[in-house]
Write a protein that binds this ligand. Structure first.
Ligand code: ZN
Ligand code: ZN
Ligand code: FE
Length: 766
């Protein structure tokens, strides 16, 4: 036998470290099966870093084993790195699964929650199965994860399943490496696991809770349903009376409700689904997907009034599957809260806060540790873009190709807040926390920071926050800084953070031409920005062009009343619009607002693109008042007449920075309306005008700087028409275009941007 052949057959022992999402996803039993079937010996275990393997056998067999390990992992696993080190062979027989080791620096990744898998569904509907119709059926490939985890390592005692002792049958499955439920931490059955209850007037209602809840829903009543990340409020989505009552009690005047259906077939009854949307709906993360509704769509008009799109999701827990089968129609499933409070996730809190809304509670005794809203995605072209990144995606890290030199906490913005903790080459963006405007949300914010820091062992030495002095996230950062003088503080301008988040999302460092369009963000000059062209890399951003600033008459009131922005822009354009339709709708206030705009009294300056959309929407007669930020812009996008070639022109005012006169577009819209143009025509010409100004400015900046990559970010880029239009035009003009894929373009992505800016400045020596 020659040396090479001897090497291939001689006994070798390897130590293998596997990093990534490898706990709670059936990784160890899979490794066990792989090794056993190849006749290898050794062990596999979890520790605070991930999974460790010691494996022994002939070199050639080990090579095949390593190949399978890296290229064919279980469906929910996500391997980031495999490190192989040869060690001394030892006498042993067989391959075993070692018990969890604790201690050391924790580096393990917790899996997001996963929708019920097909194997579990088959058992759920099988009368012969011991878990037939059991609402908590799960396995290593599906079930609750992040929402039930109290700490790491991910083992049952550190989950909210700790209080349930496994019965003999479940324990046998849990301990059998050949079983689908081997080391599935939430494994349980009707004999040993959580139980469902239907509670009405603080008393459990006798009978089958699912059947009773279904009967109540069919009868038009409102049922609070305990889900994975919190309580939802459910009503029959085909019953207009029920939907209206829910809206009134929840004080959610116009925001569309999400609808849950049992299957893709039902989804296709209510909406036009592209194949990529069907795939996204069926993803194990089970997000809400914004899709084009059919007309008629068979749903109550009050579900999504005035909207061409519909937020749909498929059932994602066994409880949802049972409920939808029993009620046999689509249901509205909206977060269990009043108005803008965070979703209720603790039972006592839910019973108190939702008491005036829900007629009954479908609840259970498996606690929810972390409140997590449903995620929302939208397809732009063929790319799924998150609008809200939460359940099913969090806490999967955003991996970046450069390392964070220090542990970073980024505090996020104000609206749609998330926080981000980062270390090594990973950024952990939190679940959607919400608008930091009330005590409840602030408590949720503080809890999220503590819990995530604990889970991922991030001990921040760098703190990043927004420039806005009045954001509660800024206040919190300053409080932390005052308490720990050793923290390194990094202030990140809002739109720089938007562009940086887009760079991190695409794993690039820049410099790029950054187009940041949003509602409002605090600028380095103390005015409110939002229609910005930056030349930016991760370290710094230079404002090279922006919309010409106009007053925001009445400050925050102007956000709720878009007609004020129409008044402001028309004044800036030198138009006397007293006799225009938009002015005639506000006879008492029009002149006052004009005076505010002229004098600047209670009217801070803003270059916001979001507010320019508001102004055009008001002039077009779509929305003079809104109940949530962005509503007017969404309406404008929805009415666009598809084939209209005309466009408004925004003159460029040379200077440093260059300014673009957006007010001129509002004037052109006003003229069109006076000549009888439809809102659809105005909306189309305005969208085309914005596309035109983006291409023109990017061309100019490329001429000046030689940069050929454009990053698009900010809440305005949730507008699919605008994103697809910009991408198409810019690509045609030879640009590389970066858009969001992992984090939202809106302020939900700000914390990631802050974290990577802080890291870049640390790398550059501050
Ligand atoms: Zn399963
Ligand atoms: Zn059991
Ligand atoms: Fe923003």
């Amino acid at each position: 036998m020659d040396a090479a052949a001897r090497d291939r057959t001689s006994t070798t022992r390897l130590h293998v470290r596997v990093d990534g999402i490898v706990q709670g996803v059936g990784f160890r039993p899979w490794v066990h099966r792989l090794a056993t079937s190849a006749g290898l010996t050794g062990l596999v275990g979890n520790d605070a870093h991930g999974v460790f393997i010691e494996v022994q056998g002939p070199r050639s067999v080990l090579d095949d084993f390593l190949d399978d390990l890296q290229h064919d992992p279980p469906p929910l696993a996500s391997i980031e790195e495999v490190i192989v080190t040869p060690i001394t062979p030892r006498e042993e027989c067989g391959f075993v699964i070692a018990t969890s080791r604790d201690g050391g620096e924790r580096d393990v990744l917790v899996s997001p929650d996963v929708g019920t898998c097909d194997d579990c569904l088959a058992e759920l509907w099988d009368p012969a199965d011991r878990r037939y119709r059991y609402p908590f059926i799960n396995c290593t490939n599906c079930g609750p994860r992040f929402t039930i985890v109290r700490g790491v390592p991910y083992d049952r005692p550190l989950t909210t399943m700790a209080g349930f002792t496994m019965c003999a049958a479940c324990s046998a499955e849990y301990h059998d490496p050949a079983d689908r439920r081997f080391h599935a931490q939430p494994v349980c059955c009707p004999d040993c696991g959580p139980a469902l209850a239907l509670v009405r007037d603080d008393k459990p209602v006798p009978g089958d809770p699912i059947d009773t809840a279904a009967a109540l829903l069919a009868n038009g009543e409102i049922v609070a349903v305990k889900g994975l990340g919190g309580y939802h409020l459910a009503v029959d989505a085909t019953n207009e009376g029920a939907v209206t009552r829910l809206r009134a009690r929840k004080r959610r005047e116009e925001r569309p409700f999400a609808v849950m259906v049992a299957s893709l077939d039902t989804a296709a009854v209510h909406a036009h689904l592209q194949p990529a949307e069907a795939d996204l709906l069926s993803d194990p993360a089970r997000p809400i997907v914004l899709v084009a509704r059919r007309d008629p769509d068979g749903l109550a008009p009050g579900v999504a009034p005035g909207n061409r799109s519909l937020g749909l999701m498929l059932a994602y827990t066994p409880l949802h599957h049972l409920l939808l089968a029993a009620v046999d129609r689509p249901i509205v499933l909206t977060s269990g809260n009043v108005s803008d409070e965070p979703i209720a996730h603790l039972d006592d809190d839910a019973f108190t806060r939702l008491d005036d809304i829900a007629d009954a509670f479908l609840t259970h005794d498996r606690p929810i540790h972390t409140r997590t809203d449903d995620s929302v995605l939208r397809l732009v072209g063929s790319t799924p873009v998150p609008v809200r990144r939460s359940r099913g995606y969090v806490p999967r890290p955003i991996t970046v190709p450069w390392a964070f030199p220090d542990h970073v906490l980024a505090c996020g913005a104000e609206l749609k807040n998330t926080i981000c903790l980062a270390r090594d080459h990973r950024a952990f963006v939190s679940h959607h926390i919400g608008d930091l405007e009330n005590w409840e949300t602030m408590q949720s914010y503080l809890a999220a920071i503590d819990h995530m820091a604990d889970l991922f062992d991030v001990r921040p030495t760098v703190l990043a926050h927004d420039l806005h002095p009045d954001y509660l996230s800024t206040t919190h950062a300053r409080d932390l800084a005052a308490a720990s003088p050793n923290l390194h503080i990094v202030e990140v301008q809002h739109h720089h953070a938007h562009i940086a988040s887009c760079l991190a999302d695409n794993r690039v460092t820049g410099p790029v031409i950054g187009v940041a369009f949003d509602g409002l963000g605090y600028g380095t000059d103390g005015t409110l920005w939002g229609g910005e062209f930056l030349v930016a890399d991760l370290c710094a951003a230079d404002r090279v062009a922006h919309l010409r600033p106009v007053p925001l008459p009445g400050g925050a009131t102007a956000i709720r009343e878009p007609w004020r922005m129409a008044a402001s822009h028309l004044t800036a354009a030198g138009v006397d619009a007293r006799h225009a339709a938009v002015a005639a709708r506000h006879p008492e206030h029009w002149n006052t607002v004009i005076a505010m705009a002229r004098t600047g009294t209670n009217a801070p300056l803003t270059s916001s693109m979001g507010r320019l959309f508001d102004a055009v929407a008001a002039v077009a007669g779509l929305h003079d008042a809104v109940s949530f930020e962005g509503q007017a812009a969404i309406a404008l996008e929805q009415v666009v007449e598809p084939h209209e070639p005309g466009r408004y022109h925004a003159p460029v005012i040379p200077g440093a920075p260059t300014q673009v006169d957006g007010s001129a577009m509002v004037r052109q819209a006003l003229d069109d309306v006076a000549n009888g143009a439809s809102p659809g025509l105005v909306a189309a010409r305005f969208h085309n005008g914005v596309l035109g100004l983006v291409s023109r400015m990017c061309d100019q900046i490329r001429d000046d700087t030689g940069l050929t990559t454009v990053a698009l970010s900010g809440g305005v880029f949730q507008n699919a028409l605008l994103v697809s239009g910009c991408v198409a035009r810019l690509r045609q003009a030879g640009f590389t275009v970066l858009t969001h894929r992992q984090v939202p373009p809106n302020d939900g992505g700000i914390s990631l941007g802050q974290a990577v800016v802080a890291a870049a400045r640390a790398r550059a020596g501050w």
